[in-house]
Design a binder for this molecule. Structure first.
Ligand SMILES: C[S@@+](CC[C@H](N)C(=O)[O-])C[C@H]1O[C@@H](n2cnc3c(N)ncnc32)[C@H](O)[C@@H]1O
Length: 261
């Protein structure tokens, strides 16, 4: 079950999906790379990038792990370039069905993927078994701040509509909060986590408009907002006082215990 990713609003058939994924990469890649640096990703590591999207983290890992291998898995791989690195395997896979051998990877990374999958807890539990002893699982997911706490009435309506639409395709935009404890409950150790605030408005620093551009037509078609409200949102981006924080990304990581022998 892939929510709206195979055919729905979030499918790569949507002409704005690539722009949305590239905006996501632009806003969080530096944080992700910082975490992966801290974990000491090594040149011979075997890595798995789940829900690789437009590929930036898979490529970052392939660059780092020149003597290792990187599997970039996605239900729809059309934005991934398998020819970019010799040590990169692009695999079309549905993480809710497809799996890997136990103890295979030094690092598994998943970002903005599991919140969309109703089987998210089970997929995380299975991913933990694919780690080598000492290997790291890094999960980064959005935690949506309550829509009705926005200082902007229009954003309250827009974000309430956005949450309804995501919930309708099976996403849970608050699940991120349970990830650190889930990592521990799946037998992983050295659990740690951090948060990264999303930017909406902020004159020139907005990372949210591409998400609204992509989702907007579906929200209008469902009668959740009007075309005029959508247009008003894009006009507000020129206002220096339009600054909001719709979401926090929670990044959490933990490792498989080293074996005793
Ligand atoms: C929001 S995008 C995130 C992309 C990337 N992880 C990033 O953060 O830049 C989610 C990605 O997960 C993929 N995806 C969704 N459901 C999936 C599934 N069941 N198995 C594998 N990939 C899936 C989508 O095709 C999409 O590329």
């Amino acid at each position: 079950m892939s929510g709206g990713y195979r055919t729905g609003m979030l499918s790569k058939d949507n002409p704005h999906e690539r722009e949305r994924l590239e905006s996501i990469q632009g806003s969080v890649d530096a944080v992700t790379a910082g975490i992966l640096d801290t974990l000491g990703v090594g040149p011979s590591w075997h890595c798995l990038e789940l829900g690789a999207g437009a590929g930036s983290i898979a490529y970052w890992l392939a660059e780092r792990c020149r003597d290792g291998r990187v599997v970039a898995a996605d239900i729809d791989t059309r934005y991934l370039d398998p020819a970019r690195y010799a040590n990169l395997d692009v695999q079309e896979a549905d993480v809710t069905d497809d799996g890997y051998a136990p103890g295979r990877f030094d690092l598994i990374h998943a970002r903005y993927l599991l919140c969309h999958l109703p089987a998210r807890d089970a997929v995380l539990a299975r991913a933990a078994t694919w780690l080598k002893p000492g290997g790291w699982l890094v999960v980064e997911e959005p935690f949506q701040l309550a829509a009705d706490t926005s200082p902007f009435p229009l954003v309250r309506r827009l974000m309430a509509a956005y949450e309804r639409r995501y919930a309708a395709h099976g996403a849970d935009l608050t699940w991120a909060r349970s990830v650190p404890s889930l990592l521990a409950r799946n037998g992983l150790t050295d659990v740690d986590y951090r948060g990264n605030l999303a930017r909406m408005g902020c004159l020139g620093k907005d990372r949210w408009a591409p998400l609204i551009k992509q989702a907007g037509p579906s929200l209008v078609a469902d009668g959740l907002i009007t075309d005029a409200e959508l247009a008003q949102f894009f006009e507000m981006l020129a206002d220096p006082a339009f600054i909001d924080i719709p979401q926090v990304t929670i990044s959490a990581w933990a490792r498989c215990p080293e074996s005793d022998d």
